[in-house]
Design a protein around this ligand. Sequence first.
Ligand code: GLC
Ligand code: CA
Length: 558
Amino acid sequence: MEKKWWHKKCAYQIYPKSFLDTNGDGIGDLKGIINKLDYLKGLGVDFIWLSPVYPSPMKDNGYDISDYYGIDPAFGTMEEMDRLIAEAKKRDMGIIMDLVVNHSSDQHKWFREAVKNPEGKYGKYYYIMDGKDQNPPNNWRSYFGGSVWEKLPGYENKFYLHLFAKEQPDLNWENEELREEIYKMVNWWLEKGLAGFRIDAIINIKKDLTWQSFEADGPDGLCGIQNMLKNAKGVGVFLRELRDRCFRPHDAFTVGEVFDITEDQLEEFAGDNGYFSSMFAFGHCMTGHEGSYWHEYRPVDFKEWRARIFQDQVRTAGLVYESNIIENHDEPRGASNFIPEEDYGFPSVSALAAISILQHGLPFLYQGQEIGMTNCRFESIEEYDDISTKDCYQAAILAGLTKEEALESCYRYSRDNARTPMQWNSSKNAGFTAGTPWLKVNPNYRSINVAAQEKEYGSILNYYKRLLAFRKSEEYGDLFAYGSFQSAYEDTENILAFFREDDTKKILVLCNYSSKESSVVLKEEYNNIIFVNYPKVTQIGNTQKLLPYQLIVAEYEK
Ligand code: GLC
Ligand code: CA
């Protein structure tokens, strides 16, 4: 694998709406992000990915963009955006924006023009089709529930395509004029000095142009989008063009939100000559995801989770530099998803952190992860904001679950778990806002917050700082970036372990990922311990004793 300028960095995702509000309107803003740049620098962050801050009617919290060249007034101004980019640069940090170009908002001027004149220039920017006797052209189900087709306002038998919400009409990438608009916009941002983009839902830009219906897979008579994605060939033509026209000339860092590709496509997507610099390693996040709705999911099973992590590391070895996450704005909190609730605490959260960050790939943190923020209980479905939570709740009720059971599945998987305001301190609203927060603050902010953890040497926050410094250190930085990955001790119960090795160094990351004490009979004697999450490490003969969630990093003679 070719060495790239961004390989030894660490990234952090900000969900701007929930990060820090500086004007008391209850919504996080760009000024709030600027205020916290030193905090992020101190944590060890090099790249900051901002979830969308473009003007948006916020039907999907900014993933419905009505103007690609602006900043939503709720977040601030373009001057503030420029200042953020400049202030980040001063600190040797890069800003990455979200590139949401599978769809626009239905309030984008292109779509409004399309509604006025579906046969005209802008009608061709979208997918507008005639229905079958006023029924939708086919039976595809949108990601947020219901048909992907919505009647074009004012027409009896014309429908437009939306794979996500009906307020997110899909852009027609087959149309060269539309593609040119997008490239112009991407270059405009890159010329402003962005370090790159996180690329949203990108696999969806190629449609199955036969528009065939598929066998229904639910009582609604519809079928999941995955069917059409399997039949949509040729997304690479668009992605290559996007790369060559925009990303390459700027040497931008790009990370794709890529689902639904096969193993043999990994290199094509994110290899040395891939469409993107990197892509998220989502495999392990899918542990327990059975069926299409949350109430069908199973809690994370350790063995399955570990197998998925290893599988991903092995299949990308030497080919792809993935981006590793345990959570994001669409996922539950990692500390709630990958740790049984009764085990939550410093040992478990710190173990999970090291497992993620010491793997091969680019470490990506999500806001609040560094203090161990958790899922949040909402009292009723009305308290939730997220569009997909409403859909999954409804599906659970339709499947015969009680309200309590349906809410329980939202507590486990709702996207709002990660979107509750950042917990800065123990004052009102966790120091997030002086006004009324747009979404409930997790009541555990009184004990889980940045200010408290900054004061405590042994806090999760300070541990994360040491962990990122270790990962990026002069001494071990190359090993973690480029060293090989080899799973270890898979047959010992509850153990998650792997070797990282290069020409000059060899280390073992060894963790007892359980609440019970454990021990491992070491096959090979290590030289010394270089990183820990417990003060004391006990070895008797060649048996390594491990306390609950104890993690050690041991170095071997080489
Ligand atoms: C991506 C985003 C998600 C959004 C969707 C539609 O999956 O991460 O938040 O709802 O795309 O843009
Ligand atoms: Ca604000």
